[in-house]
Design a protein around this ligand. Structure first.
Ligand SMILES: [Zn+2]
Length: 293
């Protein structure tokens, strides 16, 4: 009898995911349910959307694509996209680069890893650039660098505040040195914006690494970040092997960066729009947006 009971219990156990388990996995209907990548809680997609794609169980901020971010941040129906016609070439003849680029476009529904344009936030006109990690891991090639540079220049000409939401795996290796050049180009454009007294708010989202964090990412007059976002230059393993020291667990999180002065404020997604409005308001004098410092 005890044996039966044990067997029954065993039978009722939910099988754990295993490489040896070749039974078909129970499919979650696409678009209906989502699993939190951090705590594994399954949530209704609609519920998660209502919560701005933040896990209601553990507070993990799921990654957003550029379009979702724009919709969440700007005033409704107020977005005019810039430079939709800039496309990458393959100057180095990198094997399969063009093919991969087309695959990324089909997969993400985006033309490139950044969308730039203008809209209003709380009634204030702004220039925004929003990166997407789901396009080539948000890597910065010549198109990303060019679109960001033009957005910076437009912000300067129109005297609008500039907001850049970053997320990136770094430079786009298929464009090699032409990718690395974008670091200098975007930084030089920001220096001009700074001299002209423009306001630039940089927002780090998960993850922002490599050439993007080391150029326009860290150059904000105000650097904000979403909770838990990974923000850094080189990866943990590379640093540990180079300095031959173990790094703290929370190393390169937004919170760690704030504690050490790299980031001014960690802002939960639900407060991001209002925080941006408040910051722009604070830097606006009689209708003119000016740099505070
Ligand atoms: Zn969670």
């Amino acid at each position: 009898m005890f044996k039966d009971l044990f067997q029954k219990k065993k039978y009722a156990t939910v099988p754990s995911a295993s490489v040896h388990d070749d039974r078909p996995k129970r499919e979650i209907p696409e678009g209906l349910m989502n699993k939190c990548p951090k705590c594994g809680t399954i949530q209704y997609h609609k519920e998660l959307e209502k919560n701005l794609k933040v896990c209601s169980h553990c507070g993990h901020h799921l990654r957003l694509n550029a379009l979702e971010r724009i919709e969440m941040t700007l005033d409704e129906g107020r977005f005019f996209e810039y430079d939709t016609d800039i496309v990458s070439e393959d100057p180095l003849g990198f094997p399969d680069y063009m093919k991969k680029l087309k695959q990324q476009q089909a997969k993400s529904g985006l033309d490139e890893a950044v969308i730039t344009g203008e809209g209003t936030i709380g009634g204030f006109p702004v220039v925004v650039a929003v990166m997407s990690f789901n396009f080539f891991t948000g890597s910065m090639g010549s198109v990303v660098g060019e679109k960001i540079t033009r957005a910076i220049e437009t912000a300067m000409q129109k005297q609008y505040p500039l907001i850049i939401f970053s997320t990136s795996g770094g430079a786009r290796m298929q464009e090699s040195i032409l990718s690395l050049m974008q670091m200098a180009k975007t930084s030089a454009a920001l220096a001009k914006l700074h001299e002209a007294g423009g306001l630039y708010i940089s927002v780090f989202t998960d993850p922002t690494t490599g050439g993007v964090s080391a150029s326009f990412g860290m150059l904000g007059d105000i650097n904000l970040a979403e909770p838990g976002a990974l923000v850094g230059f080189a990866g943990r393993i590379v640093i540990e092997q180079t300095i031959r020291q173990k790094l703290p667990d929370e190393f390169q999180t937004a919170e760690f960066n704030m504690k050490h002065g790299q980031i001014d404020l960690v802002v939960p997604r639900k407060d991001m729009r209002q925080t941006l409005i408040k910051l722009i308001e604070l830097h606006t004098v009689k209708g003119d947006v000016t740099h505070g410092g």
